[in-house]
Design a protein around this ligand. Sequence first.
Ligand SMILES: Nc1ncnc2c1ncn2[C@@H]1O[C@H](COP(=O)(O)OP(=O)(O)OP(=O)(O)O)[C@@H](O)[C@H]1O
Length: 593
Amino acid sequence: MSEHEHAASADEPTSEKLVELAKRRGYFFQSSGAYGGVGGFYTFGPQGAALKGNVEDAWRDRFAVAEGNMEIDAPTIMPEPVFEASGHLDGFDDMLVECPDCGESHRADHVVEDNTDYEDAESLPIPEVEEVIAEYELVCPTCGAGLAGQAVDAFNLMFATNIGPGDSDPGYLRPETAQGIFVEFPRLKEYARNQLPFGVTQIGRAYRNEISPRRSIIRTREFTQAELEYFIDPEEDEPDLESVADVKVTLYPASEQNKEDGEEIRTTIGAAVDDGTIASPWVAYFLGVAKPWYDAVGVDMDRFRFRQHLSGERAHYAADCWDAESEIDGNWIEMAGFAYRSDYDLSKHAEHSGDRFTIFKQYDEPKTVERATVDPDMSYLGPEFGGDAQAVVGELEALAERDRSAFDGDTVEIELEGESHEIPVEKTGFAVAEQTEAGEHIVPHVIEPSFGVDRLVYTVLHHAYREDEVAGEERTFLELDPEVAPTFVGVFPLQNDGELEEAARDIAADLREAGLSVTYDDSGNIGRRYRRQDEVGTPFCVTVDYESIEQDEGGVTVRERDSTDQKRLAIDELPETLSAIRAGDLAFDDLEE
Ligand SMILES: Nc1ncnc2c1ncn2[C@@H]1O[C@H](COP(=O)(O)OP(=O)(O)OP(=O)(O)O)[C@@H](O)[C@H]1O
């Protein structure tokens, strides 16, 4: 039996309709509405919080549990030295241009990209952006006033705060979750028993004081990231490419983006590594893991691709970087970045903190090496250099390691604070000796898959948005995957009748006990209740009628969301049957009435 009359209409779902539905049905809405709302901050309502939680759980299952990685949960505020080391304090800027008329601030690179042929204005130097604005006579997107001649400034996106009273201890809300992992590396490596490779994940909030937050939850000032930092020995570790070699992907490499008529390439992960399209096998591996995962949580694979960063877009230390992108109303948006970050992050924190961000790599066999050492005569250096004697020792040690030929003559020359000094070699205790070494300290390299949860939630909703006609009425529904749908089943009594309500509540309780997410609804007519669940994307509805309570094994009506097909199923088998469908072990179509 079906009340379904039309296949889903070919109408392009629009973001406006989705944003309206999201607010009305409790997916997400702008925060602090009672005070006029605040730009770039959103609250996830009951449905949205549940969907987001399901997406995060699915991510955790795949990228932490299934990969054998560790998950941590670090604070969102960190002290200034962390961001000095990471480079965020100096370099985490966007280009800001202010309208001389209305005073509104805009991302200068976005103004350029939206109104000229420039595709990557972010990588242009500021004076050039100013020139382009003048040359094209670009205007304020809010009021239309000319922006030519306006200064473009670098605006740091971090939210600053003070740790404790006073302002002597500045702190920042983290602009990415990653630093919370890098900073703790000296301890995390112990938990990994000092063995590479290992991965650490974190799901948590990140904060960026975006100049112009826009497109609802796509660009906000507080958002959730799910990040994996995977630490490897670049000389020895190799990914399990075999396991993802056959994964089909749509790639948009930099070489194609640079062509006038460049095209996306449909290939497999294995082939893309073999022909060099994806330079790093590690990045390729994680793209291969991510693609089927995005598919499983409900991203439409016809509106999904991996795009390689253009050379100007890429951080200087990143050897290769690809974004996972989804198409939303004709625009591609970045959902995640996959970057090979080399040893940049760990080296920076080692340099700034003085702590050890290395792993001791044991050789297969101990190696005998020649080492040059010094053992200076302090009774000579002390009187000669006074308080600088220890610094001289340091210079001599470094020189012996760097250039032992410097000790070939009678004297050796060192530099101390710009001044050169000659020291008799006999006073340095210079010697070359053989040493047996068991291993060496290496700085691991990092591969970082960095997912934005909010943009993914938005994509999943957008790609699930459908309109069709049922029994002569227009209907909107979300074709959400059962794995992430916030509510799995709605349970209704056919009418407001004490006995029916009690039976329906009992069924709802049994289904909850089976671990399913259930909503009970007895308000409005049954058609309206179906529409309500369709709009939040609930895959199944169960209706309890008189037959259900009056007849032995009278059963209940179970309706499937997308087809609106209905089947009569036994009450006592419901928890097991619906749980099997939720787990993907059974299909509604195959059920016997
Ligand atoms: N302002 C934001 N609002 C929502 N999600 C964001 C925001 N900024 C970044 N993200 C998410 O975090 C992920 C990783 O962050 P990353 O630093 O790579 O972003 P980004 O390249 O700076 O993004 P964009 O260029 O769009 O500002 C992004 O792929 C995105 O999904």
